[in-house]
Ligand binder design. Sequence first.
Ligand code: S3P
Length: 428
Amino acid sequence: MKSLSGGVELPGDKSISHRYAMLAGLAEGTSELRHFSAAADCHSTLGCMSALGADVKIDKDVVRVTGRGPLGLKSSWLALDAGNSGTTMRLLAGILAGQNFSSKLTGDESLQKRPMKRVIAPLREMGAEIHGRDDNFAPLEIRGTKLKAIDFKMPMASAQVKSAVLLAGLFADGETSVTEPACTRDHTELALEEFGAAIEKHGRTIKVQGLAGGNGSGKLVAKSLDVPGDLSSAVFFIAASSLLPDSNILLHNVGLNPTRTAILDLFASMGASIQMLGLKSTQGEIIGDLAVKGAPLKGGIVAGEQIPLLIDELPMLAALGPYTEEGIEIRDAAELRVKESDRITALAENLRRMGATVEERPDGLKVAGLRAGKLRGAEIEPRGDHRIAMAFAVAALGAQGPTIIRDADCAGVSFPGFYTELRRLADG
Ligand code: S3P
């Protein structure tokens, strides 16, 4: 394949869709969420909110959620199923901790292996009773209660943990604060503000008022909102276009929230040709178009406080390593080992299958660049991880010979139409 060309509509942002669905279920009235994500993960969140009594109507990518107010949820007979979605489980745990009923939260095999202590600990501090397997893993049993506000100094940079505590804070007496060790995506803060919660940010500390007795209105209001296109999905096309020299694509209405665009800065610093066009602000979020052309990439090192800002883009970046002049080195990213798969091992193993030179480290990996030789097509085992499957579909475009991606449909966890869209741009 020589180039990609044409326009791309991306699925709605996954992180934002989760948050809008949850807050709409806690608001009074009907919210209309347009361009809601098609990702299986976000539909797991909708399923949970519906099981908790919110009325959910889906019409293509428009989702209408009717909530009965913050204390209007009801207990579900069945365990709530978060599927493959860590965001669903961790954020919902925060909401369930503050209800006046008990819940059970479960998920698929991969999700049942992911650490939950990071949310169990602060929610317990707020007064919730939570049991999990080995005190760390789903299924989680949560006995909700009236919560007490805490000042939580977050030990790790995680937007999911921050969000779980802020959402629980809605059901606490007084003001709950979370201080982050490094900046993470701020969609929860922006969405809380949109739905009418009283929220403030001072440096790395975020404060939310409990709905009962705070200085907010005491309730959340239903909203009509547009979900921006998912930048984390856009990155696969940015990478593919960069590596195929004559490419010229236009990604429409991409979410460009500054807590998500570190990957674009990194691509630019490596020599990628990306232009931002028509930036505008919608409901606290920023959107714009991205014009991307083929360009040789230099490669480089990514580490430290950059990591939480581009954590989901690291699989694509690593898989691009062999196409860059100097290769790609990822440091300080041990979190990758507890994502939908152990992404460090999955990347190293599949890159080696394609003939790349890779050094696997406890907190990252070093992938040699162009001088180590061309990649060859291979059989890829994505370990059920959507981002690994898509990253290698892109890496395969520049390799010699065909690549087979097993269990390729796992891409649907975040991007159901991914391969069709890639094919269309290639034919473009
Ligand atoms: C997410 C936060 C990140 C990210 C995940 C989505 C979110 O996880 O990897 O895909 O929507 O808050 P952590 O908060 O665990 O880093």
